[in-house]
Design a protein around this ligand. Structure first.
Ligand SMILES: Nc1ncnc2c1ncn2[C@@H]1O[C@H](COP(=O)(O)OP(=O)(O)OP(=O)(O)O)[C@@H](O)[C@H]1O
Length: 454
């Protein structure tokens, strides 16, 4: 049975219930029926129901209380209550109980169909939001952080532990090592996950703009401030704020940041009354903050406040063993995205990735795989789809592996070439090489060159 658009009618008046059921079926809905609250709840457990049409007066309980209970257990279900007398107090209570709407029994037959369609639209929207939220949670969960190496696993383990707390976290690592990915995962695994995660890159703004971005302003605070504006700290209230490149924050703004961390309060530009927030802070940097303190660019007190729990993210070069699985992950991602069936990566290709110096870390690797996927026409990623600098490495490596640079191999190859030219005639070969015949014999022995008898 197609369970889309399913309505459950809970009413003890059999005649009215079946009449209503018939009408709704004609309209294309699937209809289930129950005579009291208890059997209604049972149906809800057994079936996928979108909307409940419920009488206010049921033999075993009050429909208003029942709808509150249903809404709590099944938040995406919409409920329409049916009042027999259309009494105002009942209808007010109905809406307060979380019902979508109410109708007066018998009087509102014309209203009911459009009302059900509207409720159904709301149900569909809620289901879609639920589905997207699930996808988002998965995208940003720790599971999405690829890598089995000890170094990355240690970082994941530390991040999972600190996620449960409200502690400030400092993520350290080169560009593209996944600092923002970690910050998102910590937020998703924390008790703040229902609230906002807001990220800001401190290097992307001038001092004044950054202050405005972080703390917002009051109307009239500066020319062009035509209305009050919230800053990121307010947007992230009850949630998490991620300050990327914190080492780039101008020093006088650092004092203001320290104050929010310590007191939860800040002053908006142009305001005299402090704003209070409850925000968890995750900061990141690829700079050596201790050195920045010595250079007078970073406040020592702020450093000690934010560096209580540090997590060092490994560079890609420190975890070469993870490259095959990360590459496979991005291959799947990009080939699905552009609808190509590329399922494998050649061992040479992997070897080249592992030989490369990854200054841009995972971000660079991701871009390289995307490029290769675009350029590949077969079902295997091959070295020739890599940028030229990788291939130069490749040629150098293959030449190196084949020993092409060592003098002995060149001599051996040359003797073989002349032997081939003379058809295996050793005397002639020695003459052409300008060496004694005995020397040639010694070299043939040394290089294990066999000459087929003529
Ligand atoms: N472990 C991982 N698994 C899968 N993808 C990852 C992982 N780490 C990072 N990425 C991807 O790599 C890219 C860079 O990650 P991210 O922006 O988190 O790095 P970052 O360290 O914050 O960089 P920057 O310092 O430049 O801001 C993103 O596209 C992200 O999705």
């Amino acid at each position: 049975m197609n369970m889309a658009n399913t309505i459950l009618i809970i009413d003890d008046e059999v005649k009215l219930r079946s009449l209503l059921a018939k009408m709704l079926m004609l309209e294309g809905f699937e209809v289930l029926q129950a005579g009291d609250g208890k059997s209604g709840l049972k149906k809800l457990e057994q079936q996928n129901i979108d909307i409940v049409l419920c009488d206010v007066k049921l033999p075993d309980e009050n429909g208003i209380e029942l709808s509150a209970a249903i809404k709590q257990k099944y938040p995406t279900i919409e409920i329409i209550l049916m009042t027999a007398y259309g009494t105002i107090p009942d209808s007010v209570k109905a809406i307060k109980s979380g019902a979508f709407d109410y109708i007066t029994k018998g009087d509102d037959n014309l209203k009911i169909i459009p009302l059900l369609h509207r409720a159904m639209d709301k149900v569909k929207l809620a289901k879609r939001v639920q589905q997207l939220e699930k996808q988002l949670v998965h995208k940003y969960a720790f599971d999405s952080i690829i890598g089995k190496s000890t170094v990355i696993q240690q970082a994941i383990d530390a991040a999972k532990r600190v996620a449960q707390t409200d502690a400030t976290v400092l993520l350290l690592g080169e560009t593209g090592t996944g600092k923002e990915v970690f910050a998102q995962a910590i937020h998703q695994a924390s008790k703040r996950k229902q609230n906002n995660f807001v990220a800001v890159n401190c290097s992307a703004f001038s001092k004044d703009l950054l202050e405005n971005e972080l703390f917002g302003h009051k109307m009239g605070a500066f020319t062009g401030a035509t209305k009050d504006a919230k800053g990121i700290f307010e947007e992230a209230n009850e949630g998490t704020i991620f300050l990327d490149e914190i080492g780039e924050m101008p020093i006088d703004l650092q004092a203001k940041l320290l104050r929010v961390i310590e007191t939860g309060e800040f002053l908006k530009l142009g305001d005299t009354v402090p704003t209070k927030v409850n925000v968890r802070l995750i900061a990141a940097t690829n700079r050596d903050l201790k050195q920045e303190i010595l250079n007078g660019k970073f406040r020592e007190d702020l450093y000690y406040r934010i560096s209580v729990f540090q997590i060092q993210l490994p560079s890609l070069c420190e975890r070469l063993e993870d490259i095959p699985v990360i590459a496979a992950y991005f291959l799947k991602h990009f080939s699905e995205k552009i609808n190509k069936k590329i399922e494998n990566i050649s061992p040479d290709y992997i070897q080249l990735l592992q030989n490369h110096t990854w200054k841009g870390n995972i971000r660079e690797l991701k871009n390289i795989i995307e490029r290769s996927v675009i350029l590949t026409d077969s079902d295997v990623l091959q070295p020739e789809t890599l940028p030229i600098d990788f291939l130069q490495d490749f040629n150098r490596d293959t030449m190196h592996q084949s020993g092409i640079f060592d003098l002995a191999s060149v001599e051996k190859a040359h003797i073989q070439k002349v032997l081939q030219y003379t058809g295996g005639n050793k005397t002639e070969t020695a003459r052409l090489l300008n060496i004694a015949l005995t020397t040639l014999y010694r070299k043939l022995e040394e290089y294990k060159i066999s000459v087929s008898p003529q």
